[in-house]
Design a protein around this ligand. Structure first.
Ligand code: NDP
Ligand SMILES: O=C(O)C(=O)[C@@H](O)[C@H](O)C(=O)CO
Length: 288
């Protein structure tokens, strides 16, 4: 079984550098099966959210795995309509109930709009109460970071944003890395973007190392200090995506991968109307 290295966060906790993502895995037993499969091959870090509607299956898979709870890192996230101190306080308890766990290892402000400071205070209180170990944010661009984070008492441990070789978030990394905040990548494989998965540089490196393109991309991200959690529902990819520690890209190859940056993602958190778009797309009622 594979073991994974960890990355130390600014609050002292050690997060597994690679985990398993669960966005768009349905709550019809598929999430349970995928998370069980991931834990069986060695993943010790699962990323979910109330907005994925699959926290219950994630928690059940973690509890049924036979692996001691303290060996598995579980992240969940607060959705938009539960912002503000009171609603967020309740939503944290609802997520814990759904997961069937006593604590979450990491809890994130999923989308940074509305009463973010109130939600953050609820997260700080839950952290002090032992319900959450680490707290962080997601989808914060440099502009949004500067709007909210100076109002926070506790510095976020992570900022989870879209990241892959075509969107390397240089400005954001220049802002948060010196402050000791780690970047987590969502869509580390570009959500299956075929252009990325057939990019000649990636294909060349895959051939050189006898790895697949997914492994080269994830290894590049790992060597860049980024925390990743690729999603797959296929046993072979669940296994191969974790198997990235038996080769190392050279400094020149890292530079070649860095040169693929197009500084453009599929989601722009700074765009007008994003909050309404997200509220329509994800009809979450954690507190109802
Ligand atoms: N904070 C936020 O706003 C967001 C957070 N996230 C988190 O990040 C995680 C990862 O991002 P996600 O959006 O899932 O996208 P990923 O970049 O992980 O890509 C997942 C897609 O790639 C396919 N895939 C997986 N492995 C391979 C491989 N080795 N080769 C080719 N294709 C592959 C999967 O298909 P298949 O399943 O068929 O194998 C799926 O279609 C999410 O699951 C979620 O936990 C995601 C989006 C936004
Ligand atoms: O998948 C998630 O975690 C999300 O928050 C999505 O909303 C994602 O940001 C998106 O779909 C943007 O269009």
């Amino acid at each position: 079984m594979m073991t994974t290295p960890t990355i130390k966060l600014n609050d002292g906790h050690e997060i597994p550098a690679i985990g398993f993502g669960t966005f768009q895995i349905p709550n019809d037993g598929s999430t349970y099966a995928a998370v069980k499969a991931a834990l069986a091959v060695g993943y010790r870090h699962i990323d979910t959210a109330v907005a994925y509607f699959n926290e219950a299956e994630v928690g059940r898979a973690v509890r049924d795995s036979g692996i001691p709870r303290e060996q598995i890192w579980v992240t969940s996230k607060l959705w938009l309509q539960d912002f503000g101190f009171e609603a967020a306080t309740k939503a944290i308890d609802v997520s814990l109930q759904q997961l069937g766990l006593d604590y979450m290892d990491l809890y994130l402000i999923h989308q940074p709009y509305g009463d973010v400071p109130g939600a953050w205070r609820a997260m700080e209180a839950a952290q002090k109460a032992g319900k959450i170990r680490s707290i962080g944010v997601s989808n914060m661009t440099p502009k949004i970071w500067q709007q909210f984070v100076p109002q926070f008492e506790t510095l976020p441990a992570v900022n989870q944003v879209e990241f892959n070789p075509y969107f390397q978030q240089r400005a954001l990394r220049d802002l948060i890395t010196p402050a000791g905040v780690k970047l987590e990548a969502w869509a580390p494989l570009g959500q299956g973007n075929q252009a990325l998965l057939t990019d000649p540089v990636v294909v060349k490196l895959a051939q050189k190392y006898g790895k697949d393109v997914g492994q080269v991309i994830l290894r590049f991200e790992n060597q860049s200090g980024i925390i990743v959690f690729p999603k797959s529902v296929h046993a072979s990819r669940i296994k191969s995506n974790l198997d990235i520690f038996d080769f190392e890209l050279t400094a020149d190859e890292m530079a070649e991968m860095r040169a693929l940056d197009q500084n453009k993602g599929q989601h722009d958190p700074d765009a007008a109307g994003v909050k309404d778009m997200l509220l329509q797309a994800f009809d979450v009622h954690a507190n109802d």
